[in-house]
Design a binder for this molecule. Structure first.
Ligand code: NAI
Ligand code: MG
Length: 495
């Protein structure tokens, strides 16, 4: 079934990619790889190559680790907490001053609509400001031991050292912000590896950090793929911690790679998050919320509300509304004015998402909207709503990471909780009801790191973000997001 406007072949040419750094950022300079290796960066709206960036091999990773270690025990250690905070705040200002350019870079590289890129970057600026304020509030405690004394005992909160940060392609600049901001606030130095699909906004971020006054070597940016560059960082004995966002499969590889020096690891992995609409909900709000939960950012969102559970009396009405919303979305290049759903990030992701849709339809699912690729140029997929799906179908169990919703009716809250929790994941959940006690009972019952009530995906720099079960280890954002970048030292003095 083909429901959206057809093809994009005769669309206007994409706007030109702004100039910007294309090298590796090591020691405060953008440089070529030691072996000269480069890789192509594609525009997912057209499939065309837009740029070439340098690719870090083992030698570059080794050098970046040395540079980051030198900065950690050198220039960066002498920067006061207040001065660290000022650099982060200045960086936030620079993100806003360069908002148009950064949004264009992101939209061309990732595919997302300009308005969504702008929203990501505004949020990123606020994350930098939140942790700018945190830099001056990192305190230990004085402690009174009970052993025969007298004693003077206290704790210090110290940075870990050199941290490796490996990020995905769905929110390229925002994922960098979530990782870089708390790490710098805490006084660490960084090796950041952007996703191979979307390196450009992170490179521009590196350039802005130098403009903001960050000393050379504190933030190093190493482009490259996962198997070589990512694995070299994750397995490096000179790296004290890895923070990773991406697939559960790669998360497992990172855990294995970390065993050499037992580096600390935090993981933000995938999800298959249930979004639950009770019959007593504000159905108009719930319908709009359920649509946005799966179709914003092309559904390439770890917290996407990708499993919709609607109480049976209102199932048909809500699903008809969600399908109408899906059909009404304007699909096109992210840089076209008015686009609401851009292309998927890569040809691999296009194959993956259309493969899931076909698998679902073969297994007996019915598409109320969408159900196929959109057009024949670029990596577009129709916003898709699948019903008549069984609980054990792959489309119900596995993360699709595209604009594909599966929906099932439920009778009573007990059945609902059992089915909603029947997943290896536990990232987020949504609940729509006007009944307060029902809402809070569901919030307690759902196994998820974040529960959204009468809204979906409401995130904030102050709110901890992370997963239960196989959705991850640790939290980002909020005070909890600073902890993984600090370690506690106890100092005991016999008086
Ligand atoms: P991925 O998890 O392989 O890639 C994420 C990052 O990890 C990239 O920077 C990549 O270069 C790096 N990486 C890959 N292999 C590595 C290794 N062995 N060692 C160190 N770093 C490595 O995700 P991919 O392949 O791009 O997407 C596949 C699926 O993963 C998606 O369809 C989606 O389901 C899920 N995913 C989830 C994300 C989330 O936000 N939770 C983000 C991206 C993907
Ligand atoms: Mg991969």
């Amino acid at each position: 079934m083909s429901t959206t406007e057809q093809p994009t072949t005769d669309a206007a040419p994409s706007p030109a990619l702004p100039d910007g750094p294309r090298g590796l950022l090591i020691g405060g300079e953008f440089v070529d790889a030691a072996d000269g290796a480069t890789m192509a960066v594609h525009n997912p709206a057209t499939g065309e190559v837009m740029a070439e960036v340098a690719v870090a091999g083992q030698e570059d990773v080794d050098r970046a680790v040395r540079v980051a270690r030198d900065a950690f025990v050198g220039a960066w250690r002498d920067v006061t907490p207040s001065a660290r905070g000022k650099i982060l705040w200045r960086l936030a200002d620079l993100l806003e001053e360069n908002a148009d350019e950064l949004a264009l870079i992101e939209s061309l590289d990732n595919g997302k609509p300009l308005a969504e890129a702008r929203g990501d970057h505004g949020f990123s600026a606020e994350v930098f400001r939140y942790y700018a304020g945190a830099a001056t509030k990192i305190d230990g405690r004085t402690v009174t031991p009970s052993a025969p004394g007298p004693w003077h005992a206290y704790t210090r909160r110290e940075p870990l050292g050199v941290v490796g940060q490996i990020i995905p392609w769905n929110f390229p600049l925002m994922m960098a912000a979530w990782k870089v901001a708390p790490a710098l606030a805490a006084g660490n130095t960084i090796l950041l590896k952007p996703a191979e699909q979307t390196p450009l906004s992170a490179l521009r971020l590196g350039e802005l950090f130098l403009e903001a006054g960050l000393p050379p070597g504190v933030l190093n940016i190493l482009n490259g793929d996962g198997a070589v560059t990512g694995a070299a960082i994750a397995g490096h004995d000179g790296v004290d911690k890895i923070a990773f966002t991406g697939s559960a499969e790669t998360g497992r590889k990172i855990v294995h790679a970390a065993t050499g020096n037992l580096k600390k690891v935090t993981l933000e992995l995938g999800g298959k998050s249930p979004n639950v609409v009770f019959a007593d909900a504000d159905l108009e709000a719930a319908t709009a919320g359920a649509s946005a939960a799966i179709f914003s950012h092309m559904g390439e969102v770890c917290i996407a509300g990708s499993r919709l559970y609607v109480q049976e009396d209102v199932f048909d009405d809500v699903l008809a509304g969600v399908a109408d919303n899906a059909r009404a979305l304007k699909v096109g290049p992210g840089t076209d004015p008015g686009t609401q759903l851009g292309p998927l990030v890569s040809v691999e992701q296009l194959a993956r998402v259309t493969g899931y849709i076909e698998d679902g339809l073969r297994g007996g699912a019915r598409a109320l909207a969408g159900g196929a690729r959109h057009g024949d140029r670029g990596y577009f997929v129709e916003p898709t709503v699948l019903v008549d799906v069984e609980p054990d179908a792959r489309v119900v169990r596995e993360e699709i990471f595209g604009p594909v919703l599966v929906a099932r009716p439920f009778k009573d809250p007990e059945d609902l909780a059992r089915e909603a929790n029947d997943t290896r994941y536990g990232l987020a959940a949504g609940v729509w009801t006007k009944d307060l006690s029902k809402a809070h009972r569901a919030a307690a019952e759902l196994q998820a790191g974040m529960v959204f009530i009468n809204t979906y995906g409401a995130i904030d720099p102050s709110l901890p973000f992370g997963g239960y079960k196989e959705s991850g280890w640790g939290r980002e954002l909020g005070p909890d997001g600073l902890d993984p970048y600090l370690q506690t030292k106890t100092v005991v003095v016999a008086l």
